[in-house]
Design a protein around this ligand. Sequence first.
Ligand code: TXA
Ligand code: MG
Length: 325
Amino acid sequence: MKTKEKDIIKAGEVIKNGGIAAFPTETVYGIGADATNENAIKKIFEIKNRPFENPLIVHINSIEMLEKCVTSINEIEEKIINLFWPGPLTIIFKKNNIIPGIVTSNLNSVAVRMPDYEITLKLIKYSNCPVAAPSANKFGKLSPILYREVIEELGDEVDYVLKGDVQAQGIESTVIRVQNNELIEILRPGPVTKEILEEKLKLKVEGLKKHPVHKLSPGTYRKHYSPDTSLRIIYNKNDLDKYIGKNLILGYITYNKNVHNQSLFKEIVHVDLKKGLNFFAEKLYSLIRKLDKKKLDYILIDAVDEKKLGIAIMDRLRKAEGKGS
Ligand code: TXA
Ligand code: MG
């Protein structure tokens, strides 16, 4: 969907004047407000029904803007910025005073990223302020990636929805922090994987810890990114058998072209994994959203290998199932 310059300007005006505008990024749609305007930020939490304990990501379009939001940038952070920004990587910094506590759940840190999407960067320019933006969904639900999904989910509640679909990633940015200028930790897996970080930085990166990361990254919940229909991950044939022949209305997202008993499923979506996990991640939320409308008892989805981008995909699917860490 084509985005008009005059519409980006309009969305920028909305944010500049303390309103709320939804806009595409390279990961998912966000709903944004001036990150320095406490009242505007409050509206974001209200619209999303988001608990205040769940901090927002601040989006910037320049290093000068970053420097206003944070107190310091260490050497490793600088290296990461040079290698990965603009891009789907959020870094946790020490917060500066212009960012009110409501943005960061009163933490003294702030999450910042520079999106790799011309439209988003222009929007920040026209807003003339750092833009705090969570994904444009109700709290706990799937992040929207298409204009019409945002209209459906929040269209009436925000001041403006900027046209232009997400085209690159389809899942939320990777969130990392650097401890003591040495330890790089992943707090939320995403498109920039541990492998990619390590290869480019030539440094060791701690993957997502198995134990709950709530304390490190408030806003990570066991249940999140969820459709209304119950979702279940299928790891093997036994898992599938549990649902078959029980008079259940089933939808199935599968990588297997030759599913047995196809007639037992109301909806089957075949995904060709040969196209790569990136391609799958880009479509994933929209696929689930589509099945969510079919009045199913369960959405079943095959697990992917938990390697590289597969780690982020499985993280989201487990949360959608209500079994995240
Ligand atoms: O791709 C994305 O990151 C999208 C687009 C719109 O940029 N945004 C997004 O925002 O996914 P949201 O609000 O759905 O997720 C933000 C997450 C929080 O849930 C939390 O886990 C982490 O970022 N976070 C934010 N501030 C933090 C902080 N100060 N310390 C640790 N984690 C933080
Ligand atoms: Mg979100």
